[in-house]
Design a protein around this ligand. Structure first.
Ligand code: SF4
Ligand code: SF4
Length: 130
């Protein structure tokens, strides 16, 4: 086929690229974004802390005051925490726009009483796994 013919053929095709971030494409099934805790299910057994390879999860305190601390800037999104949790209290969400300039905003604490976790920081730049 001639170059002109090929050019005309390509012009009739839909673009292969996506218009991110103007348009959000759905993430694929089994995508591993930011882990999300359902503290109503959590029994504070610390298995997720022990399983986390980079030490991104810490149990702080004891009893009703105990909190799970999640350090997003350390997380490698490996899903080990979700797999080891006996109560299925952790799921890998579809959140991936997590980059930021302030690491102090990448620390989240979850308590048994607080079942809703804070929203991740809002950013404009796509990340490597986005
Ligand atoms: S492994 Fe599950 S139940 Fe145990 S502390 Fe972590 S989130 Fe809670
Ligand atoms: S996804 Fe992996 S690195 Fe991130 S908190 Fe869970 S176990 Fe740790």
């Amino acid at each position: 086929m001639s170059i002109v013919g090929e050019a005309l053929r390509q012009l009739r095709r839909k673009p292969c690229t996506v218009r991110y971030p103007a348009e959000k494409a759905p993430v694929p099934p089994r995508f591993r974004g930011m882990p999300a805790w359902d503290m109503s299910k959590c029994i504070l057994c610390v298995l997720c802390q022990n399983a986390c390879p980079p030490g991104a999860i810490r149990l702080i305190g004891k009893g009703p005051e105990a909190e799970i601390e999640y350090l997003m800037d350390r997380c490698i999104f490996c899903e080990e925490c979700a797999e080891v949790c006996p109560k299925r209290a952790i799921v890998m969400s579809d959140r991936f726009e997590l980059a930021g300039f302030d690491r102090s905003k990448m620390v989240f604490r979850f308590r048994k009483e607080k079942e809703k976790q804070p929203e991740p920081p809002k950013h404009s730049a796509p990340t490597a796994n986005g």
